[in-house]
Design a binder for this molecule. Structure first.
Ligand SMILES: [Zn+2]
Length: 132
């Protein structure tokens, strides 16, 4: 469905800030409560900081208290990919951008209605644009 964006490591390093590179390309995690979008309540769309694909709408954002931006659902089917992640001695579901395979965060089954899901996403992976 989506055309993949494939860049070399060097191209990613040029395109992204060191923090964005660490999260998106090395599956890093920003420290809790430090991300720029954790407390953002404005209406608009969150795009992938790597490739600009729309990922999450402010409509599905909620305050989980976890310290990271949290969403109950991605903006559409196929916007993100989900993979089993067994790193750090835990079994988690990793969430990546479907277009550029950039690491976004993790998915947990403890979110509120209607989905019961919590997409726990790094601010560094996102680029917010307010609604006009
Ligand atoms: Zn992307």
């Amino acid at each position: 469905m989506t055309d993949k964006l494939n860049l070399t490591d060097e191209q990613w390093r040029e395109k992204l800030s060191p923090e964005q590179y660490h999260v998106l390309r090395e599956a890093g995690t920003e420290r809790a409560f430090t991300g720029k979008y954790e407390k953002n309540k404005a209406e608009g769309m969150y795009y992938c900081a790597g490739c600009g694909a729309p990922l999450f709408s402010s409509e599905s954002k909620y305050n989980s208290g976890s310290g990271w931006p949290s969403y109950t659902a991605p903006v559409g089917e196929g916007a993100v990919d989900e993979h089993c992640d067994v790193s750090h001695g835990m079994i988690r579901t990793e969430v990546t951008c479907a277009k550029c395979d950039g690491h976004l965060g993790h998915l947990f089954p403890d979110g509120p209605a209607p989905t019961g899901l919590r997409y726990c996403i790094n601010s560094a992976s996102l680029d917010f644009k307010p609604e006009e």
